[in-house]
Design a protein around this ligand. Structure first.
Ligand code: ADP
Ligand code: MG
Length: 386
């Protein structure tokens, strides 16, 4: 435990840092850059050919299911795991050989990992003690960090006297107090209850903007990723599936995996039955829908039509494509409702629509509508046709 805690704020004496990372780091370099890195645990390759360039001051999220390699990548930046191939650059300098204590990186984990017997002041000041910062300056900086996380005046409290959310704010204060070059956040909100999670999303984002710090955030929660990030890196099984803005990855998923992982898109397999102007796909469920492919499709080709639940209307269906079906389940959510609709052939589609008028009930026959523009087409290999 003490071992891992020592690395929490990777303390770096100012002089050593300057020589390790260079004093004349290029202003235009990315904050962090991965060039084709591979990371293996013994024979198991956890991360493969990972490349990513992170602009200074940006908020980038690694999003993917448990076990896809997110934590491993964060650990590689901090120097807590060795890479077996490729290069990692921080501020334009290769850091593969820079030891942990010389990397100027702030870390926040899911578990708060505060020292239980130290008070808030000592917890937050931890990373400064190694940096020859004079005492009055430490007091000033700790005070400022506690102001930022909106817990001013809590210096004398013990972690056990604080709620989970407050402890996580202290952990955040400890990570930013020494003004690190990069802030790494590994699922920092997953131990919090739903309300606190949402509050902290906003707060972390605000602090990141105010400080201008480069943040790399890890989560398996798509909402968190969509709401907080400048860019999202969607990962699957140790490799990148797509990198883009929240809107890009949501609206134009590059692969079937991304379409499914972000927002559970409807994936309707079918065959191209008319090509050229007015391209049409006949779904496995039997109905034929119009699509607008970004390039001409060969007749007879196998494709998957991807439609977001929010793009579907029900009841008095709007849109050029209308399918008839039967409600299998209806969930009332206040302003909107989520329906599962059987459109035949055992194909269920999911609609998430604002409620206008009444909520449809189980077993009712309804129409589902969507516009050809509102869908993405995937090829047989699950890649977006572009
Ligand atoms: N110390 C380790 N030794 C062996 N395998 C590991 C170790 N740490 C992680 N792994 C494996 O590497 C893969 C990626 O893990 P991790 O980076 O923790 O994923 P994530 O953070 O996305 O859940 C997983 O299959 C995990 O079991
Ligand atoms: Mg993890």
């Amino acid at each position: 435990m003490p071992d891992s805690q020592d690395t929490l704020s990777s303390p770096r004496p100012a002089s050593a840092g300057a020589s390790a990372l260079g004093t004349a780091a290029a202003a235009n370099s990315p904050a962090v850059e991965f060039r084709d890195i591979d990371i293996a645990y013994g024979k198991f390759v956890a991360v493969r050919d990972f490349s990513l360039s992170i602009a200074k001051g940006s908020f980038v999220t690694l999003l993917g299911p448990s076990g896809c390699g997110k934590t491993t990548i964060l650990r590689s930046i901090a120097g807590l795991v060795d890479i077996s191939g490729g290069q990692i650059m921080i501020d334009g300098r290769r850091v593969d050989d820079v030891p942990i204590y010389k990397r100027n990186i702030g870390l926040v984990f899911q578990s708060y990992a505060l020292f239980p017997h130290k008070n808030v002041f000592d917890n937050v000041a931890f990373g400064l003690k190694y940096r020859d910062v004079p005492k009055p300056e430490i007091v000033r900086r700790v005070g400022k960090a506690l102001d930022m996380v909106r817990l001013p005046g809590t210096e004398k409290k013990l972690p056990s006297q604080l709620s989970g959310g407050q402890q996580q704010r202290i952990a955040l204060a400890r990570a930013i107090v020494f003004e690190p070059q990069v802030l790494l956040l590994d699922e920092p909100l997953s131990a919090l209850d739903a309300n606190m999670r949402e509050e902290m999303r906003v707060e972390i984002k605000k602090i990141q903007k105010e400080t201008g710090i480069t943040a790399i955030f890890v989560t398996h929660d798509q909402e968190e990723a969509l709401s907080m990030s400048d860019r999202i890196v969607v990962m699957n099984a140790g490799a990148v599936e797509q990198i883009g803005t929240p809107q890009e990855v949501y609206e134009t998923p590059a692969t079937a995996f991304v379409a499914d992982f972000l927002g559970k898109a409807n994936m309707l397999p079918g065959t191209v039955t008319r090509s050229g102007q007015g391209t049409a796909v006949t779904l496995a469920a039997g109905q034929t829908v119009n699509v607008v492919p970004p390039k001409p499709l060969a007749q007879g080709g196998k494709v998957t039509v991807v439609v977001r639940p929010q793009k579907l209307s029900v009841g008095t269906a709007a849109g050029a494509n209308r399918l008839s079906g039967r409600v299998v389940s209806a969930s009332y959510l206040g302003g909107s409702a989520i329906y599962e609709i059987d459109i035949g052939g055992g194909t269920l589609i999911r609609a998430n629509t604002p409620i206008s008028g009444r909520v449809f009930g189980e077993g009712e026959a309804i129409e589902v509508g969507f516009d050809p523009d509102g869908c993405v087409l995937l090829d047989e290999g699950g890649q977006r046709i572009s």
